[in-house]
Design a protein around this ligand. Structure first.
Ligand SMILES: Cc1ncc(COP(=O)(O)O)c(C=O)c1O
Length: 347
């Protein structure tokens, strides 16, 4: 029987042909620092170290990454920030203990609460109904949640948020630390913050105890590669590392590990101007095609009318009150609440 060859690869090739300008993740946009993937796709042979008990080359690379990010210890992740979040929460809270959780967190947080039978103390961020997204969590909201739930062990916070808003992490970390609580920061969208003083402070410099970054999102490592950082001694590092080992693949991918190191190494080389020129070229080529220009014009018209409609509080001309605009953040928070409800039912 004739079998179709390499379905995923050939379909992706077609997709790539039609999708020459990638405005989506991963951050390398298909133009990463190329290396021969198969040459480096090996396993834990002598000399290649072992991610689950790093003592050789992986340990050395992790030490270098910790130095770059000014953390005490860094762990390369091969199953995404998702496993980093699972491990950080499961390793810091015992069943029945409380954790402060903003409702606009990633679903990995809700998964960890369910897996660990941990009680989430939910903080709802203020929603900007005009702009249609949640603001970041304020210091006042953290103080209030702690006053009502003094037994909470600590907090997890997403910073920057999906919408690029930020919290005053330094003050929030200080409030939590004053009361002996820890701060875990999901910095999935912020692995670049350390590299410019024109950007908001990164979570490690703000004093967070555990920080997890999706280096694949902005820095351009391969999808599923991430970093977890430890700082100080408020969390049980050994326990979190034991969860990392339990939850990650027992065949960690060397290409993924290499790509984290390469992406971080490449940041200082990506000087702003050449980098922007490299980013700008595909955009210019994309925009200069006549067909795309006319499409862009239509798109701009649609976006303009949406913005105007959003500003007037409705979605669609003459929308009825039931069809009122539901901002993305409300949808994702509703999804989170549903996940959490389902997990509670399973228990
Ligand atoms: C805020 C946030 N946290 C965590 C994750 C999970 O990251 P990863 O895809 O690296 O597992 C995502 C992914 O979209 C995210 O947006």
């Amino acid at each position: 029987m004739d079998r179709e060859k390499s379905i995923i690869k050939s379909e992706l090739e077609k997709l790539n042909k039609n999708n020459t300008h990638r405005f989506h993740m991963p951050g390398h946009k298909g133009r990463g620092e190329a290396f021969a993937l198969y040459d480096y796709d090996i396993t834990e042979i002598p000399g290649a170290d072992n991610l689950h008990d790093a003592q050789g080359i992986i340990a050395k690379a992790q030490k270098k990454l910790a130095t770059i990010y000014h953390s005490d210890e860094a762990a390369i992740l091969v199953n995404g920030t998702t496993t980093g979040i699972h491990s950080a929460i499961l390793g810091s809270c015992a069943p029945g203990e409380q954790l402060l959780v903003p409702t606009n967190c990633h679903r990995a947080v809700f998964g960890a609460l369910g897996l660990g039978r941990i009680e989430g103390v939910f903080i709802t961020p203020e929603i900007d109904r005009n702009l249609g997204f949640a603001h970041s969590i304020s210091e006042a909201a953290v103080r209030q949640a702690l006053a009502k739930n003094p037994l909470s062990k600590g907090m997890i916070l997403t910073n920057p948020s999906y919408y690029g808003t930020i919290s005053d992490l330094k003050t929030i970390a200080a409030i939590l630390h004053e009361q002996g609580k820890f701060l875990i920061v999901d910095e999935a969208h912020g692995a670049h913050l350390r590299f410019s003083d024109k950007l908001p402070p990164d979570a490690i410099s703000a004093g967070a105890d555990v920080v997890i970054q999706s280096t694949h999102k902005i820095l351009g490592s391969l999808t599923q590669s991430s970093l977890l950082h430890f700082q100080g001694s408020r969390v049980n590092r050994q326990k979190i590392k034991a969860y990392l080992s339990l939850l990650q693949s027992s065949s960690p991918s060397y290409p993924l590990m290499i790509s984290v190191e390469e992406a971080v190494d490449a940041v200082p080389l990506k000087r702003a101007k050449p980098y922007l020129i490299r980013l700008w070229r595909p955009i210019r080529n994309f925009v200069s095609s006549r067909m795309v220009r006319s499409r862009l014009f239509c798109m701009a018209e649609r976006i303009r009318s949406r913005i105007m409609i959003a500003a007037s509080g409705c979605f669609g001309p003459g929308a009825s009150p039931e069809r009122k605009w539901k901002p993305g953040c409300q949808r994702s928070m509703a999804f989170n609440a549903k996940c959490h409800q389902r997990i509670i039912c399973w228990r």
